[in-house]
Design a binder for this molecule. Sequence first.
Ligand SMILES: Nc1nc2c(ncn2[C@@H]2O[C@H](COP(=O)(O)OP(=O)(O)OP(=O)(O)O)[C@@H](O)[C@H]2O)c(=O)[nH]1
Ligand SMILES: [Mg+2]
Length: 360
Amino acid sequence: MKIGIVGLAKSGKTTIFNALTRSEAEVADYSSGKVEPNVAVVDVDDPRVPVLSEMYEPRRTICATIDFIDFAGVTRSDGSGDLFSGPAMSLVKTSDALAVVVRNFAHDTLDSTYGPPDPVREAEEVFAELLLSDLVVTETRLERIAADHKKGRKSAESSAEEAVLLRIKSGLEADAAIASLDLTADQLRTIAGFQFLTAKPAIVIVNSGEDNFGASPEVIESLGAAHPVIEFAGAFEMELSRLEDEEEAVAFLSDLGIEESARGRLTRLAYKSVGLISFFTVGKDEVRAWTLHDGETAVEAAGTIHSDLARGFIRAECFSYQDLVDAGNEAGVRSAGAFRLEGKEYRVKDGDILNIRFSV
Ligand SMILES: Nc1nc2c(ncn2[C@@H]2O[C@H](COP(=O)(O)OP(=O)(O)OP(=O)(O)O)[C@@H](O)[C@H]2O)c(=O)[nH]1
Ligand SMILES: [Mg+2]
């Protein structure tokens, strides 16, 4: 999964990126002019993985991963809708979810340049930019289709595409994100190629100071009406992520009333917002966690592992992590009658342990 970290200039995106990924990307009061995004791949902390690893003692253990991409901040638009369209921003389009960072910490330099922190307004501005960016793409494409139709190049597909885009256009013009339009699976397939920004799940990260953390319930509530919200103490959590001693970091966090690392909290929320689940493959060679969209089937899970497994899919041998833990080992799972053979259409559940039988 790829999470794109976006927001207005100096909201603390890179600080949060560093906290999430233990990176050392440059954090600055003034724009460095750097436009290339920072990218880091981190393991998803899933407590089930070390348990499986201990049971199977595999040669290697591989966690699921998340790519975090930290973009340069966008500054106020002139209304042309091109803030999210530069070359660096094309990567935003490939993200599975957006994390929108808004500033909720006082800072002398930033306050005098941008005014005092106003997280709700910042979020509004960012979402307005995302809508505008999608609207520009939609209108451009609609003009193109209209021109084609005029020249007699009209097909069932082009008409269907036009109908969805017209629906999207009127939604966007009424400030409705594409994700809120309840498009059908067919309609979503039709527009998949555009990688619309407001079609992606978005999470708002309120970046608070150490001094005001937890003290803005009205901000959280107001933002939470439209999006899942999470509060970070960005700078503080970045410092903690650098401590060698993890127990010490946990103790500092709990002083602020935070029970889990920034990465853990964001990962869980992102899995929920994007609708992701984890399944596992196990064996003497490898124990591995994989990510799947909730609702995907055994054959799609097979394809996540390798396209050959999907192509030659015969059956999935399946039991759940919980059944394994309860029974103690695979033989116990079998004698408890919890070992299953599932077909292509089986809907994989979070925590399933799969072994794909296939022949190519
Ligand atoms: N006090 C305080 N300062 C912070 C916090 N987060 C970021 N800062 C400061 O805010 C400034 C900007 O932080 P960055 O993380 O570089 O912000 P950014 O959003 O990545 O900035 P651009 O990429 O230039 O848009 C730096 O001086 C940080 O030290 C925070 O939680 N508390
Ligand atoms: Mg930055």
